[in-house]
Design a protein around this ligand. Structure first.
Ligand SMILES: [Zn+2]
Length: 306
């Protein structure tokens, strides 16, 4: 892999193309940066701009938690100038990245613990907790759903890319600052939009909104941390009881996961369902527009007056 890197560097000065998937730089000499899943890909594209060749590892429309990597993708990760990921979201990615050429976004921000019930499904079903990875984590990995934390990640990523590609350091830092400013503006819209609400309890099938709740003083009641995990009937009736007590009118579900669990729960509570996007896959717009849609959905569901 190291030899491949040297060859790739040499390609900066020669027109010889490198073997596909085996070069640290793209054929045009730009650093090859691989982002593990959508919000990181969006962020990396913003910060990398035209100085980096950014590619996404998780195809659009694929739920990233249980992604399996082919040999080509593992090679792509190992040979990248930089692999951008969040440790704990995708065990296959955690295993494939190289410490020297990877950026774990979770190391840039203050993480929060997983919900108190997380881990209760460990060992249930076919997959053990070890295989799943998710439940083993000391922190909740869904940090991109807090724009203020993602702004910090943007700044740190800009510094890291500047180190990896010093010739374009200023460009990375400038774009990182611009991206962080856009995320800070979004953060302020959320703070303002969620100031006064009838209820602050957020019931969601996929427990992905811990950081959003942490940031905007909401209380998340999640059914499962991993969207592929089937909740137990006991957990469902426990959540139904909590939701009724909190006057919840909406149970949140998401596009990539079957809405069945949320629908069952909603019928028990006498609530309706709505889609809240955890942004684990590319939305129809981009990160910023999808988060603004999430804000509108939350304002309606929680009865917020801006
Ligand atoms: Zn998730």
């Amino acid at each position: 892999m190291r030899a491949g890197g040297l060859l790739a560097t040499a390609a900066l000065f020669a027109t010889a193309a490198c073997g596909a998937g085996a070069a640290e730089t793209a054929p045009d000499g730009k650093p090859a940066v691989v982002a593990a899943f959508y919000p990181l890909q969006w962020l990396t594209e913003q910060v990398g701009g035209s100085d980096a060749q950014v590619s996404g590892l998780t195809p659009p429309g694929v739920e990233p938690h249980d992604v399996e990597l082919g040999i080509q993708q593992v090679t792509e990760l190992k040979n990248a100038t930089l692999a951008v990921y969040v440790k704990g979201v995708q065990p296959a990615v955690d295993e494939a990245v190289e410490p020297d050429t990877s950026f774990d976004a979770a190391t840039s921000v203050a993480t929060i613990p997983v919900g108190e019930h997380a881990g209760e499904h460990a060992g249930e079903g076919e997959e053990s907790a070890e295989e799943h990875g998710h439940e083993e984590l000391p922190y909740d990995p869904h940090l991109w759903l807090d724009p203020s934390r993602l702004a910090t990640v943007a700044t740190k990523l800009g510094e890291r890319l500047a180190t990896a590609d010093p010739a374009h350091a200023q460009g990375y830092k400038d774009r990182a600052a611009k991206t962080a400013a856009a995320l800070t503006a979004l953060d302020q819209e959320f703070a303002k939009g969620l100031t006064t609400c009838t209820t602050r309890t957020l019931v969601t099938a996929h427990e992905a909104f811990g950081y959003l709740s942490d940031r905007y003083r909401l209380k998340q009641i999640g059914i499962t941390l991993d969207p592929e995990t089937e909740p137990s009937p006991a957990r469902l009736s426990e959540v139904a009881k909590l939701a009724k007590a909190e006057g919840v009118t909406t149970i949140f579900t998401e596009a990539l996961v079957s809405p069945k669990v949320a629908e069952v729960l909603a019928s028990q509570v006498g609530a309706k369902t709505a889609v809240l996007d955890p942004l684990e896959s590319k939305p129809s717009g981009d990160y910023l527009s999808a988060m603004r849609d999430n804000l509108k959905t939350l304002q309606t569901a929680l009865g917020c007056t801006a």
